[in-house]
Design a protein around this ligand. Structure first.
Ligand code: AMP
Ligand code: ZN
Length: 486
């Protein structure tokens, strides 16, 4: 480990703690992955920009990393608790499509989103449906001591583990929304470990189990896959802040139960699986929390269609601290895109500078970056350090560019490769291509040189009608930008 001690906020204790890995030669992180019944919305993607920042920081500070993001392709109901329908089955039924094809399609789309956001691939993306036999084994191990059966399946009795809900800080009687209408449950927070298919229920995905034919409960997959790939106890478990209330408390209850029955952990009561539980706050819009089930939602592709580069959205995320709620607006995204363009332009001008003899030490800036990110991943501060370093004329361009590569290993804005052409994304509805725009702009320059303002204005209007806004006197000398019809 190099530099400042890394301090991270632990949702279990609600305090920021100095991170000390279990095994410094292999830091192990598990991130709850997407439920693949639809495209990820940009709120979901904020969760993975956060985990990517965490991964980059861990590696930057010198720790080798094993990172897992699972793919939930079975078991997640329309409510996070036990009410409603399986999201995957419901999507397949509504669209009359094969459920496996739906899962494969949206899994690929999710991975493409991650690539577009320059999110490093985790070590693995395990699928829930590839682990059903292991889920049955895990459930069998805890069933006698911790579970009971009802007609609808096998349920976990939360009163059998100490301190249930400590992560959520919920009391037994908290949260009306948590009380599920499942007849026969012993405690309102008890949750399904296995859901038996009801009579006449026509599921495309189902398996045999000691508790009847059916499907695993959603929380089981994460306990099983984290344990399989990262061991009984691992370093960090991440997810969106909604998971702090139901999904992660339930995972913790299962982990506690399992370690108690097989004796794999020393401290049964204190055991949670991960040492640190970290949660990103929500992306919201003016109407509230963005959610996939609420009809229209914003995908990364929709941002691209409106003329935005995916990395402008990444920068927008980095401008907010991961534990702060972030409000999405098109104006905010446009401002992030301008900031990204300025960064790219600065890098271009540094590259164009003639080489100078000698070099200047940039370790002061590196230390400031380290201090920022070590303070619970304070990316907004890290961006300010980046701006200051790039603007420091006392440092030769070559040294600033070398420092930039080091900074970008943490920020992931791809600043060593992005060029202005990549950032000038034409909106999908623009009716003119890049070469056509260049040609029109050349004609317009000629017209202006000849003081033929009528022609020059006509060209500006024609371009505007084609989805391209001419930017005269733009300090960035960008010449044009996509017309953003917000
Ligand atoms: P899901 O596909 O619904 O299982 O969610 C994938 C990830 O996105 C989980 O970690 C969620 O907690 C997270 N998430 C869901 N909605 C939002 C949101 N609006 N803002 C940030 N993260 C979210
Ligand atoms: Zn999970």
């Amino acid at each position: 480990m190099t530099g400042a001690p890394l301090r991270l906020h632990n949702s279990l204790t609600r305090t920021t703690e100095v991170f000390a890995p279990i095994d410094p030669a292999n830091v192990r992180v598990y991130s709850c992955g997407p439920t693949v019944y639809n495209y990820a919305h940009i709120g979901n993607l904020r969760a993975y920009v956060f985990t990517d920042t965490l991964s980059r920081v861990l590696r930057w500070k010198g720790w080798p990393l094993t990172h897992i993001i699972n793919i939930t392709d079975v078991g997640h109901l329309t409510s996070d608790a036990d009410a409603g329908d399986d999201k995957m089955e419901a999507a397949a039924r509504e669209r009359g499509q094969d459920i496996w094809a739906i899962a494969a399609h949206y899994t690929q789309a999710f991975k493409q989103n991650l690539r577009d956001l320059n999110i490093d691939d985790p070590m693995r993306f395990p699928l829930a449906t590839d682990h059903v036999a292991e889920m049955i084994d895990f459930a069998s191990a805890i069933a006698d001591r911790h579970c009971y059966t009802l007609d609808s399946g096998l349920y976990f009795d939360v009163s059998t583990v100490p301190d249930y809900g400590r992560l959520a800080r919920s009391k037994e009687d908290d949260g009306e929304g948590r009380i599920d209408p499942v007849a026969g449950k012993r405690n309102p927070q008890d949750f399904a470990i296995w859901r038996a298919s009801g009579p006449g229920e026509n599921r495309q995905m189902e398996w045999d189990s000691p508790w009847g034919r059916g499907a695993p409960g959603w929380h089981l997959e994460c306990s099983v896959m984290a344990r399989k790939y990262l061991g009984d106890e691992f370093d960090i478990h991440t997810g969106g802040i909604d998971h702090r209330e139901i999904h992660h408390p339930n995972e913790i209850a299962q982990n506690q139960a399992h370690c108690g029955v097989d004796g794999s952990c020393a401290d049964h009561a204190g055991f949670t699986g991960a040492k640190l539980w970290m949660h990103n706050n929500f992306l919201v819009d003016r109407t509230g929390k963005m959610s996939k089930s609420s009809g229209e939602f914003l995908t990364l592709q929709r941002l691209v269609d409106r003329g935005f580069h995916p990395l402008s959205y990444r920068l927008m995320c980095l401008q907010a601290h991961y534990r702060s709620e972030m409000e999405f607006s098109w104006e905010g995204l446009a401002a992030a895109q301008v900031r990204l363009k300025r960064l790219v332009q600065t890098v271009e001008s540094l590259r164009a500078q003639p080489p100078k003899a000698g070099s200047v030490d940039t370790t002061g800036y590196r230390g400031a970056l380290d201090a920022a990110i070590s303070d619970d991943l304070a990316t907004p501060k890290a961006l300010i350090v980046l701006d200051a370093m790039l603007a420091d004329k006392a440092i030769p361009a070559a040294d600033r560019l070398a420092a930039l590569a080091d900074f970008d290993a943490v920020l992931g804005l791809d600043l060593c490769r992005l060029d202005r052409r990549a950032l000038r994304t034409r909106p999908a509805e623009a009716t003119i291509d890049e070469a056509g725009i260049a040609e029109k702009l050349a004609e317009r320059r000629q017209a202006r040189a000849a003081k033929d303002f009528a022609t020059s204005d006509a060209i500006r209007e024609a371009l505007s009608a084609a989805g391209v806004e001419v930017m005269d006197g733009d300090a960035l000398e960008w010449d044009w930008k996509p017309t953003q019809s917000a």
